[in-house]
Design a protein around this ligand. Sequence first.
Ligand code: SF4
Length: 600
Amino acid sequence: MASLETVVEPILARYRRDPTALLQILRETQEALDWLAPETRQFIARELQIPLTRVEAVTQFYAHLYDQPRGKFRVLFSDNITDRMAGSVALMEHMLKRLKLSRGVVSIDGLVSVDTTSCTGMCDQGPALLVNNRAVPKLTPRRVDEICDLILTGAPLADWPAHYFEVEDNIRRADMLLGAPFKPGEAIRAAIALGPLGVLGEMRKSNLRGRGGAGFTTAVKWEACRNAPETERQGTERVVVCNADEGEPGTFKDRVLLQSFSERVFEGMAIAAYAISARKGFLYLRGEYFYLLAPLEARLADMRRENLLGAGICGVETFDFDIEIHLGAGAYICGEETALIESLEGKPGRPRIRPPFPVTHGYLGHPTVVNNVETLCKATEVVIRGGADYAGHGTRESTGTKILSISGDCERPGLYEYPFGVRILQILADCGAHDAMAVQVSGAAGTCLSRQEFGRRIAFEDVATAGSFMVFGRDRDLFDAVRNFAHFFEHESCGFCTPCRVGTALVARIVDKIAEGHGARYEFNELARLHEILRRMSHCGLGQTATSALHNIMHKFPAVFERRLISKDFEPGFDLDASLEKAREIAGREDSSAHLGVEA
Ligand code: SF4
């Protein structure tokens, strides 16, 4: 068996023993050794000359880094609500039964472990699972049986049928972006023709707003970064980051853009770099999209060969720019831009205190632009069409088009690109959602719309969204979504601030208590109180929006809760007397005074 040094040394060398690459080093080491044993963590800390506590902190922060042994085959079922609606729970139970396993426990022979993970971004073709980081969509009982057979025979993934891993784009409606032809280099050359200030001018005219959800004006962000003052310590270096950590439950548009429109994504990054004078770029790819890494690397290599990346791009001497891909490791919070930057620097992905903002103090203190995948694709449109033409589409405050990831109870799940301003009703008709009772827009952190609101429009000035659009039919119980979201946020809270760390855990406990039939009016009121605490006192958007859907459902669909609440004011969630049984046993007591509520 290869020594630790033989395995880890080449990885350390490839990352130049740079502690800011710690997450990448740990991830790659784990790929080679299956898990991060104590001696592996110590070795890496020693070789990078960093405290062991830093290695431990990073290992423990990311859900897909393991400090305990795992199975050779690591199966993770997507636990998003749409996967559950499509039958993922029964399929996982079926697999556990076939493999004679308990959830989260490695088989005695070390062959396999089965567990759940948050949304895998395959909601249009769920239920889905990840096996050793590879996505397997469109699961059926038969496919699960076949996978069990392959696992039990120890067949390496390379020998599994290739069609298991096929991920479809499912583009159902294409418009300005998804429907337009694109020649490699077209956008970069258009930007060069405009010059950096010309690019910024067109971006201003276009009024392009960020597609990650917040809707900040892209030109303002780029200008602020370009104009960030030089610092003695950091010099003039600027950085462009593409946020491809698409983790919002129900969202999968970036998956398609990265799979089939990657030249747009990378050219968008190059245009941003040209406008702000950056030489360095990162694409932060969520770990669940590991299967996209090789094709994206190949695309980057093509672009370097074609002089669309590297030194003197397209013959412009002063235009040097290149891109590195960093993989995440299962932390939803890294979609928040400052958490993402922390992660890029090899740390746990905890949101920073702002100000200062990344445009002046971002990656390693350098002025940094962080843009969503879709925003960068839209930037290529702006330089090709011109800002004024672009602004002629959509609405006044929300120009251009928006790509929606549609899943749930509809006949045609997939990607739909619409001009901003489209009504929910129109979208539901197009995707074949004939009996929709509710739509959860913008993921677990978004808004739950009732039928009365289906006349509203997708736009920053009405229903703003990062793209997730989950449909719930008339027969669904929205409490399942409430419970799923509550556990999602409890799991994904980074733990930095108390309102979110404790609040999300309390919400999950209370929702469970209601689900188990012990919820009374007290619990309902307590959820409303926690919603206010989380919303007003959490440090970042995760905590602030963790109970948005819950709050919406409590008010728009009161029956979802009312039919579950018992008529008492309060009931304990557990049997206190029964829980003292062990203490009675140890004390050798069985007399009546050793029991609660029994008169001596
Ligand atoms: Fe972390 Fe939650 Fe606080 Fe955000 S709100 S910093 S996710 S604990």
